[in-house]
Design a protein around this ligand. Structure first.
Ligand code: ES4
Ligand code: ZN
Length: 331
C-alpha cells in the first residue's frame, strides 16, 4: 500500500499523457506536429522552464470540449489514486484556454464533471460517498499566467465569477523571471476580497526575493516550489518560524535543470532546517512521474528514512486547504 498523501502542486494540463493527447487530437481534428507518441516523448528533453512551457502550451491545442477536460481529469485521478493520493489541489490555467477560444465554462464544467461533489466543500456526506472519482477529494486553484499582463489576470478573475463555488483559490504560474509577484498585487487583493485562498509559484527559477514578495505583497499561504529560499538564511528562518508550507517537485526540478541531479536536491537540507516541505509532481506527464513516483525517487536517491517520508505525507494534509474534520478523514 503506498503511503496516503495529498498532492498540492499539480497542473492538470501537465497530466496530459502522449496517448491521450493523440486520442483527443484525432477526436477534435487537430494535427499535432509529431507523428507518433514516441516522437512526442523525444521532445520531452527540456533545458529550462521556458523550453518546457513551449511544449506544454503547444499540446493544449487538443483540449477543446468539456469532455476533453473531464477525460483529462479522470485519467489523472486514476493514476494518482494508484499512488496513494487521497486529496488533490489542482491548478488550471484558464488564460491558456481562453486565448484559444475555449471558455471558462468549458474548462470548469469539464473538470467538474470528473471531480464532482468531491471538489465541493459544501457537498453532503452522502454525495461524497462511494467509489466515485477514485476516492480522491479535490479542490480547484485557478492560476494566472505571470507572463501575461495584470489586466489579463483581472479579466480572468472576472470571467471566473460565475464559477466561484467551484474554485477554492488562486495561484500564479508560467515564466517566473522578470515577472515578480508585485505585478499581481491588485488581482490578489480582489481574490482575497472574494474569499479565495492564495498561493503562488516563487523561487523556482526566480530569486528568493520573489518568495518574500509573494508572502508580503500577495499574502500567499503556501509557496509553490520555493526551492531557492535556501540561498537566503534569513528567509529560511522566517519560513520555518511562520510554518509556511513549500510545495516541492523534485522530478520537475531535475527535468527543468533547476538542480543538476536528484542526488543534489536540497530536500534533506530543507527538512533538516525545519522547513515545512511537501513532495508533489507538478506536470507528471512531462517530468517522469506522479506523486508516488516523486516519493519513491527521493526515498531511493536521497536516502530519506521512513520517518521523513511519513513527515512529508503528514505535511501534505496539514498544508492542504481541507477543513480539520475532512483532513482526518482523508488520511
Ligand atoms: C509549471 Cl514547472 C512550472 N513552473 C511554472 N509554471 C508552470 N506551469 C506548468 N508547470
Ligand atoms: Zn508548478
Amino acid at each position: 500500500m503506498p503511503l496516503p498523501k495529498a498532492e498540492l502542486h499539480l497542473h492538470i494540463e501537465g497530466t496530459l499523457e502522449p496517448e491521450l493527447a493523440f486520442e483527443l487530437a484525432a477526436r477534435n481534428g487537430v494535427t499535432l506536429p509529431y507523428a507518433t507518441t514516441d516522437e512526442l516523448r523525444k521532445a520531452y528533453d527540456f533545458e529550462d522552464l521556458q523550453s518546457f512551457l513551449n511544449l506544454y502550451y503547444e499540446l493544449m491545442a487538443v483540449l477543446r470540449t468539456e469532455q476533453d477536460f473531464a477525460d483529462l481529469a479522470n485519467a489523472y485521478l486514476a493514476r494518482a489514486a494508484a499512488q496513494g493520493v487521497r486529496h488533490a489541489e489542482i491548478f488550471f490555467d484558464p488564460q491558456a484556454h481562453l486565448s484559444r477560444g475555449v471558455s471558462m465554462g468549458t474548462v470548469v464544467e469539464g473538470l467538474w464533471r470528473a471531480l464532482g461533489s468531491w471538489g465541493s466543500p459544501r457537498a453532503s456526506e452522502a454525495e461524497r460517498g462511494g467509489e466515485r472519482n477514485h476516492g480522491i477529494s479535490t479542490r480547484l486553484i485557478l492560476c494566472f499566467l505571470r507572463d501575461e499582463s495584470a489586466e489579463s489576470a483581472l479579466e480572468t478573475l472576472e470571467a471566473a465569477k460565475p464559477y466561484l463555488d467551484r474554485i477554492t483559490g488562486v495561484g500564479l504560474d508560467s515564466a517566473e523571471v522578470g515577472h515578480p509577484p508585485v505585478k499581481f498585487r491588485e488581482v490578489y487583493e480582489a481574490a482575497a476580497a472574494l474569499g479565495l485562498r492564495r498561493v503562488a509559484h516563487a523561487g523556482e527559477e526566480g530569486p528568493p526575493a520573489y518568495i518574500t514578495e509573494a508572502l508580503d505583497v500577495l499574502g500567499v499561504e503556501r509557496v509553490d516550489h520555493g526551492l531557492r529560499c535556501m540561498e537566503d538564511p534569513a528567509l529560511v528562518e522566517r519560513l520555518v518560524r511562520e510554518r509556511i508550507p513549500l510545495t516541492l517537485c523534485p522530478l520537475s526540478n531535475v527535468r527543468l535543470r533547476t538542480v543538476d541531479t536528484l542526488a543534489d536536491h536540497p530536500l534533506p537540507a530543507m527538512l533538516d532546517a525545519g522547513l515545512m516541505c511537501t513532495v508533489n509532481s507538478d506536470d507528471p506527464a512531462y517530468f517522469g512521474g506522479y506523486a508516488g513516483d516523486n516519493f519513491t525517487a527521493v526515498q531511493q536517491t536521497l536516502g530519506l528514512p521512513e520517518d521523513r517520508l511519513r513527515e512529508l505525507a503528514r505535511n501534505s494534509f496539514l498544508a492542504s486547504f481541507l477543513e480539520d474534520d475532512e483532513e482526518r478523514r482523508a488520511r
